[in-house]
Ligand binder design. Sequence first.
Ligand code: PHE
Length: 454
Amino acid sequence: MTHSEKRASFGSKLGIILATAGSAVGLGNVWRFPYMAGENGGAAFIIVYVVCVFLLGIPCMVSEFIIGRHGAANTARAYSKLAGHTPWRLVGFLGVLTGFLITGYYSVVSGWCLEYVVGSVTGSMDGNADYIQQYFKDFSANPWKPVVWSFLFLIITHLVIVRGVRNGIERASKLLMPTLFVLLLMIVVASCMLPGASNGIDFLFHPDFSKMNSEVFLGALGQSFYSMSIAMGCICTYASYFTRHTNLAKSAFQISIIDCVVAILAGLMIFPAAFSVGISPDSGPSLVFVTLPNIFHQAFATMPIIGQIVALLFFVLLGLAALTSLISLHEVSTAFFQEELHISRGKAATIVTVTCGIIGMFCSWSLGAFDGLQLFGMSLFDIFDFVTGQIFLPIGGFLTCLFIGWYVPKKIVHDEFTNWGTVSGALFGIYLFCVRIVCPICILLVFLHQLKVF
Ligand code: PHE
């Protein structure tokens, strides 16, 4: 029996692409990319970003694909299979740990989307800018409401996960991703039809190369990494469900294109509406939970019902993007516990749901309900974000590249890349050069820059 027969696998190419793109397309596409692009030279930034995706994101993704599919096991075990008893196997554990910790705090923000979906239906968040700001402040500092929503979101994720790879993850992705795309297009159209929308389109796409500097370049690199869910165990875990026929390089390319297109469309959803009412957008939670509701409210002031519908569609969209990412994060730890503790999928998923729910609860409390949950002046929530995104992620990505590029026998890497000689290996040389040299250097630079070493 081959490994692909023994283990659960995705049932179709489309399933693979949509599930993995579902992991990649998340809050990062909506709340960071558009702002970064608008602030840093518009089309010029987009070009730099796409170069980063090609030079860094795709090679890293392919590397994780190779480790995952070769290992046909959870991320920790997949690395161990190639690393033996050498310290390299710890990189796999780091990936699982990173995925696990992010699941906790990602579920908090995901839960907020549910509150806002309900809020847009009932109209309870309709009001002027001050009202919306206060609404968010009160809600996020409430000790129980956000906790209940984040548990609910984790339970929805749990219900998908326990159904397994094909019936759960793949089916959900095939339904959710196209829905997300349609919602996105609907809001883009509504936003671009507003008076004065063309100024926003100009702002996003006007290439301004004078804004380019090393800072912007490093920002684009970091964003491409986060946006493609690299070094969090997700890509490696999903790849362990790929079949021997999955063309790894081609899939990584297609997934990256989807991720980029969604990010750019998110910009087309935000900027035209923002310019139409003369509000300058920011990034992060305040963009999606304060500024955007206010923008929609004002932009459609003459047709409040349309404003309410657009806000509703937007939060459903955000919730779906978060859900498909959270599913992939949850699966990292579920697969790990299932295989390492030799327990059923249901039990493993329950461990993850409960423990991550508790982590999420503390993260949520640290945002206002209990101010004591702070360290070095940062809330627990920010600490999780910082440690996983700015420390674990670059270290994991850096070591993964060195591992695949220099440690793993080249024959194994080549076999996986070419599906044992059945698909073209024309790009293999470039790929290897990237993971051996270009990626480690670039990731190191981003890492040192994030730590403010230079
Ligand atoms: N890629 C997701 C985004 O853009 C974030 C994410 C990171 C999701 C890691 C899963 C794992 O928001």
